[in-house]
Ligand binder design. Sequence first.
Ligand code: UD1
Ligand code: MG
Length: 470
Amino acid sequence: MTALAAVVLCAGKGTRMKSEKAKVLHPILGRPICAYPLNRALELGASSVVPVVGHQAEAVEKTIRAFFPDAPLHFALQREQRGTADAVRSAEEALKGYSGRVLILYGDVPLLRRETLQALLAAHDKAGGALALVSTVLEDPTGYGRVIREGGKVARIVEHKDATPEQRAVRECNAGIYSVDADFLWKALAQIKPANAQGEYYLTDLVEMAAKQGPVGSVGSVEADATETAGVNDKVELAARARVLQQRINEAHMRAGVSIQDPATAYIEEGVIIGTDTEVGPSVTLSSGTIIGKGVTIGQGSVITASTVADGTVIKPYSVLEEAKVGERNVIGPFARLRPGTELAEDVHLGNFVETKKAQIGKGSKANHLTYLGDAKIGAGCNVGAGTITCNYDGVNKHVTELGDGVFIGSDTQLVAPVKVGDGAYVGAGTTVTKNVPPGSLAVSRTPQVTKEGWVAAKKARKASKVQAG
Ligand code: UD1
Ligand code: MG
């Protein structure tokens, strides 16, 4: 296999977005636009990926690095936007010493599919020349570079502004996606001159140069409407691309055996894994890094980020999970909030208005109502009563609360950490636990109840006599 590197053009400003934020950083289905083409290049095994940055270079680089912390990225800076050839040329230094294929992609084209790029590389192999490109046949080709063929073979690309009326009638358009041999690329780029209507360095000039040396490979975009290779220029287009992406992802899950009640309102980001027979309710968001098992039910309005949910678990409506690990056959929510570091074993039940953070909870334990469990280690078979709070923060440091197995915590208990409750112990309702409770014992801290019989009638009588006197 020929070596592969990629250059992804991310230097543009995106004036029509009317935003302080660089165009390629606008989110589409939970990640920046440019994360999609970058991901495609990495998926294909590119040994080096060069994002060419320019407008808001620092912010764009920072976001991309945060998104792909372990990827072989080498950033290049294009100081001035002098055209697509100039943009690619600024990547030469970053790819010094590399020989093989260079995939050239635009950072503002989020819908481009892996299959199309694989077809492009195959077309490059098959033609055997220095370059291959992706073309799309458009109803209205206005603005695009036209693919000019001679005897059926790609001869050159002519930009709309430079085209003759005859050339403008051609509907096969250049998508701006190429595979180019590195040695040819750098030599040819050095020869390109801005002798055209826009006074720009056109990357498309490469095509004629390559065609003079040998056959140029070409592949049509596989999707009929060519939205696959369409960029994002304004926020209307951003929303339109997001819709296509959402539908594409949801359909793939449904074909793989996931039930999605209302695909129009299910937002499942790229890379989320979902098992068969899982049911996704309306208005559910599943963010990247999430893995859902088989036969899971995810209730309406739930938002799950970077979490794992094992087989058979039921997440009732409006629950929010963030960096949580949920075991098999749990029942969570409605309105539960599982924050980072939550680790639940099998058969755990967490009910409405229960919040957990850095909490490990053992098999079969339950906290069904109005509870905060933070920095907690809870054994198996525990029952945590309504309104229980772990007081984990003393104003300076966080401390751990530990419950053994089979512990019963009465309602409205405060566990002032650091504190331990041993196996099988009971804590009476309303207790403030400040000292460790040994296994098998009962801890109660409430003041003894005082009952004054007939007190209400006596009080009324006192009040009545005061009124008479007054
Ligand atoms: C380009 C192609 C055209 C093709 C079209 C497909 C050229 C000369 N023309 O035209 O044949 O049909 O794409 O969409 O290549 N960019 C930089 N630095 C620059 C210039 C551009 O980073 O100096 C980036 C832009 O941010 C954008 C991409 O490159 O993401 C394309 O640039 P743009 O000027 O929009 O190209 P088009 O005129 O659309
Ligand atoms: Mg342009």
